[in-house]
Design a protein around this ligand. Structure first.
Ligand code: SF4
Length: 280
């Protein structure tokens, strides 16, 4: 059994909230750079240049890439041989969010109740997904999520007979409906299978897969490529002002499901697809 002090979790979470908001991960930077070369519209090319300049300024001046610094979402994989000491794990994560968003001068975007809507003032609470895995490490992925694109996400409870074509059509429809509201070029996270809530969680986690890495399952990889190609023929383009590159990637995660259903969740992320991972 390995002991992990929750103070180390707080420190890591603090740093990750700031890092994720000041600088995109290398996969996203490369994807944006590659996409600029593929864009055919003059206006689209210009927008890519502005996005690159914005990234450079944020990185150099240590300021957020976007004014919407997101709701702090975490995927925490806990080795089953880890014993946390020094306090409550979820409290430690929230303390890290509090410190990161306050000390990093990140916008506080969270209201404590969905209808009363009073801002909590420190961007807490976070949304945390825990998973127990073999080993004695703790892997934390921090993925602050902006709501321009979150609001464009969808869940479809398809029928089994809808099959692969139904899933592909649902993804393309969700992106088409999102249009410019999701701040394209987007990354499209998809969860297929499981239950109503499982497919949504898979879609969210799919956004944290590095852009350019495909599913290990051959037919799923083919779907990712085909759907991306269909999306990039919609003409929405960078910033929704027309062009070839509407999405940078389609990442699909799958899971077993019930004989009577085919749940599909589409979680859309904007070009500020923030994700940072640390292992403690
Ligand atoms: S959707 Fe993304 S780019 Fe648009 S405002 Fe929100 S965080 Fe910023």
């Amino acid at each position: 059994m390995r002991e992990v002090d929750v103070k180390d979790i707080t420190q890591a979470v603090r740093d990750m909230c700031i890092d994720a908001n000041y600088e995109l991960s290398s996969d996203m930077k490369k994807a944006l750079c590659d996409a600029q070369g593929k864009e055919e519209s003059d206006l689209g090319k210009k927008i890519f240049s502005q996005l690159q300049e914005n990234l450079k300024i944020a990185e150099e001046d240590k300021i957020p890439i976007c004014q919407d610094t997101g709701m702090a979402v975490f995927f925490i994989k806990i080795g089953q041989d880890v014993h946390f000491v020094g306090g409550n794990l979820t409290d430690a994560v929230n303390e890290g969010v509090r410190q990161g968003y306050t000390q990093g001068y990140l916008r506080k975007s969270v209201v404590g109740d969905p209808l009363i809507r009073k801002n909590t003032g420190d961007n807490t609470p976070a949304v945390v997904h825990y998973d127990i895995v073999p080993g004695d490490k703790v892997q934390i992925t921090c993925a602050p999520k902006g709501f321009g694109s979150e609001n464009m996400s969808r869940v479809f409870m398809l029928k089994p007979a809808d099959g692969e074509e139904g899933v592909k059509d649902a993804i393309v429809q969700a992106v088409k409906d999102a249009g410019p509201n999701a701040c394209p070029p987007m990354v499209v996270g998809v969860g297929v299978g499981g239950t109503f809530e499982k497919c949504a969680e898979m879609a969210k986690e799919a956004l944290t897969r590095p852009v350019g890495h495909h599913s290990d399952i051959e037919y799923v990889k083919n779907m990712e490529e085909e759907v991306l190609s269909r999306i990039n023929k919609l003409g929405i383009g960078p910033a929704g002002l027309g062009g070839r590159i509407t999405a940078l990637a389609v990442n699909i995660n799958t899971y077993a499901t019930h004989i009577a259903g085919l749940p599909v969740a589409i979680n859309i992320c904007c070009h500020v697809n923030r994700h940072v991972t640390r292992v403690i």
